[in-house]
Design a protein around this ligand. Structure first.
Ligand code: AMP
Length: 447
């Protein structure tokens, strides 16, 4: 029950209006401490209800008698526009019975319009680091009176290269009384350094170890012979699975565009979202998906970050994500807030070892699924090591002549400049997991 927390009655009214009955584990752990004004470092995944865990204490602090001098009193930093937009909506829903005003500053929007909004001084400002910094430099933003600073998805902001920008924004909010840092992973050295610099004697709340993630989501793998076979399996799944909305993940923009083209050609209502799309396209894709006009979204990791769409109950990894953390983020799109979801990864010979590293990381074994209508010949390695990885097949010795002939038949490796642009950031796990090896690029014919 939310009434167990020392929240203002107007906030309890909003919570009831939103039909939140039971607080989620992150809310139970974080709300009392945040309401006391403590600095917190919270490790919790997207979808765990963490937004309410920092928004409610901020609103509770601001709800008191209005200050004479109007200033920005809370700043919430997030890595992506979509996440910032979603957080603004959440803040507006929780503050609906108060006079607290919030504003949004992200890239891809008109600077002057934003400057005009800032002149009206919202109580809570939500934004992405890059554009906020531009406003600071232009003198259109003053963070001197910020009382609470939230760094949401801090690990991701570091992954995206925002470390310096975030630090500068923290330095500008120098009179703050409370800092709350949220991350989906426990992070690496970069996150530890940031925590040391920006938090004051924080309590560390480790809400969900990776192995407990997504209890409501079934995780399956289906083996495939090559990418064309993966497309057949994908078609079968989209035509035969029961789902409200699905998201299909690829590792590259080129693959996302290619799959999108195939789906549209088959008259699926689909949209594609990746780093090359401009803000208008991204907004449209997300809005259409939310409204239900589109059922399928093809996306790369960066583009889908923080996406919170009701009814997203099927996640298909057309390509395996390149780190355990990324897998967790993708799967975090479904099975949110206790709902059921299904996550299916399509695995070729080249994906197997990566998949088994992720299984070890999650300390889970994915369900092996076979669909007889689209069954291929590959069904996993013949022999596996104790780690689950395939036992390598030793190359037979051949004489030089045959080697040369074979080399002439095999396509040459593509130069790195021609490789499809990837939306994925670094391949190193932030959770102390051994870095996952980058897969060798597949031969062009198979892609
Ligand atoms: P978040 O992790 O903050 O992105 O939240 C994920 C989703 O769960 C959002 O749609 C929230 O509105 C919803 N949610 C958060 N807390 C609760 C709760 N206690 N009960 C029901 N839904 C919740």
């Amino acid at each position: 029950m939310f009434s167990q927390f020392a929240l203002h009655e107007r906030l309890l009214k909003a919570v009831a209006e939103l039909k939140f009955v039971e607080p989620t584990p992150v809310q139970v752990a974080a709300l009392p401490l945040a309401l006391q004004g403590r600095d917190l470092r919270v490790t919790a995944q997207t979808g765990s209800g963490k937004t309410a865990a920092f928004v409610l204490p901020i609103l509770n602090r601001l709800i008191g008698p209005a200050k004479v001098r109007v200033t920005i009193r809370a700043l919430i930093l997030l890595p992506t526009r979509e996440l910032a937009q979603q957080t603004l909506k959440e803040v507006e829903r929780f503050s609906q019975f108060t006079f607290i005003k919030s504003g949004l500053i992200t890239g891809g929007e008109d600077f002057k319009v934003q400057a005009a909004m800032l002149r009206k001084v919202p109580d809570i400002l939500i934004g992405t680091p890059g554009r906020l910094l531009e406003h600071l430099n232009a003198g259109t933003l003053d963070l001197n009176e910020v009382e609470v600073l939230v760094l949401d998805e801090a690990d991701r902001m570091l992954d995206m290269g925002f470390a310096e920008d975030v630090q500068r924004l923290c330095d500008e909010s120098k009179n703050r009384q409370q800092t709350l840092l949220f991350s989906a992973t426990t992070g690496g050295a970069g996150l530890r350094e940031m925590i040391g610099k920006v938090l004051n004697n924080p309590e560390h709340l480790l809400i969900n170890s990776v192995s407990q993630l997504n209890e409501g989501t079934r995780q399956q793998i289906i083996t495939a012979d090559h990418n064309v076979h993966k497309e057949q399996i994908l078609n079968w799944l989209l035509a035969n699975e029961t789902y409200q909305k699905a998201i299909v993940f690829t590792n590259t923009r080129a693959m996302a565009d290619r799959l999108y083209g195939r789906l549209v050609a088959q008259e699926y209502k689909a949209f594609v979202l990746h780093g090359d799309k401009d803000q208008k396209d991204r907004k449209l894709a997300i809005d259409r998906l939310k409204q239900g006009g589109v059922k399928i979204l093809v996306a790369t990791d960066v583009a889908a970050r923080g996406l919170d769409v009701d009814g997203l109950d099927l996640v298909i990894n057309f390509e395996m994500p390149r780190s355990g953390d990324e897998y967790v983020h993708r799967i975090g799109r479904t099975g949110r807030a206790g709902n059921e979801g299904l996550a299916i990864s399509l695995i070729t010979h080249g994906d197997w070892n990566l998949m088994s590293s992720i299984e070890r990381y999650l300390k889970q074994r994915f369900e092996r699924r076979v669909i007889k209508e689209v069954k291929g010949t590959y069904s996993g390695p013949k022999k596996v090591k104790a780690s689950g990885k395939a036992v390598g097949v030793k190359k037979k010795k051949t004489d030089k002549k045959t080697d040369k002939k074979a080399a002439a038949k095999t396509p040459t490796k593509r130069k790195s400049a021609n490789r499809p642009k990837s939306d994925a950031p670094a391949l190193v796990s932030q959770d102390g997991m051994a870095p996952l090896k980058r897969r060798k690029p597949t031969a062009p014919a198979a892609e």
